[in-house]
Ligand binder design. Sequence first.
Ligand code: SAM
Ligand code: SF4
Length: 342
Amino acid sequence: MTHDDASSPQGPRPLIDGFGRKVTYLRVSVTDRCDLRCVYCMSEHMVFLPKAEVLTLEELDRIATAFVGLGTRKLRITGGEPLVRKGVLGLIEGLSRHLKSGALDEITLTTNGTQLAQFAERLSKAGMKRINVSLDSLKPDLFRTLTRGGDLAKVIAGIDAAQAAGLKVKLNAVALKDDNAAELPDLIRWAHARGVDVTLIETMPMGEVDADRTDQYLSLKTLRANLESFWTLKDLAVTTGGPARYVDVVETGGRLGFITPLSHNFCEACNRVRLTCTGTLHSCLGQEDASDLRAVIRGGASDERLIEAIRNAVDAKPKGHDFHIGRAAAPSVARHMSTTGG
Ligand code: SAM
Ligand code: SF4
């Protein structure tokens, strides 16, 4: 334990990495499993982790709570598909004690939406205000193809339920050159008409999937130029410490974000780290750096020792990512997005 971690009137020293960036945002993957198999994210026959390797709900709570104690203000629950993890609502309800105490500003969720109809009300009651739903197409057949079997109607019902429960919904759509690029203006129009902002994401080279992702890579710069041929896009100053840049679409009255990890470097203001469902802490989405917090807690470590391990991991946070997309390239990062949670 460092001197600063003792209970001083100011509380513990905040988490600041070796480049002076304050880490205030933790993304927690609660499972590697999913009820869909999106073509850019998973292979058709994914082999999932044995249960014993996955953190228990108590372990997830313990690590997240340690981060909250170190100044984390925002938690995002993700996966895999977080809502297929048994007991995840109990975990979120438990973590909401940090909202009530004022230690945490926000708990959010990234979901594919298939289970939302069932859980939206409870999420809202647990103090959740906003969620991200991933949706790449409003065409039932294309949706089924892209997700390898998903039912679009379930996701739409989930979004309806979330909005009815008072949750602010944002859509995430991965831009795929051949599959959904032509449909994206319709998707954006549809979302904006129901008060839902949209963030477009470039495909990232993570994990082996069956298709060649470089064939589907669409630069959002190209896409933006296309949208600007019929819409007025007004740049906004808002930044979230993440890789998204935002515009207002004057004609639809909605907000549109662009996540461009490959064509734009977004690392200078990075404020986040990621915990996998096996307890590995990745301080950068685009690097192989990793710290095994599961080994620390399963080894019987005290909270002080856990805090020390978290500090060491954050100290070593790399300056920036190393993504590149090239025809012959293997994935830049071997783990799947469903492992790190995006
Ligand atoms: N299952 C949930 C969902 O789909 O929202 C949460 C986990 S998912 C891994 C988080 C986000 O990562 C989704 O918006 C998904 O579209 C995105 N994603 C997955 N693989 C990707 C890839 N290779 N490139 C870009 N985004 C990806
Ligand atoms: Fe599942 Fe989300 Fe990956 Fe799609 S993007 S396969 S919904 S984890």
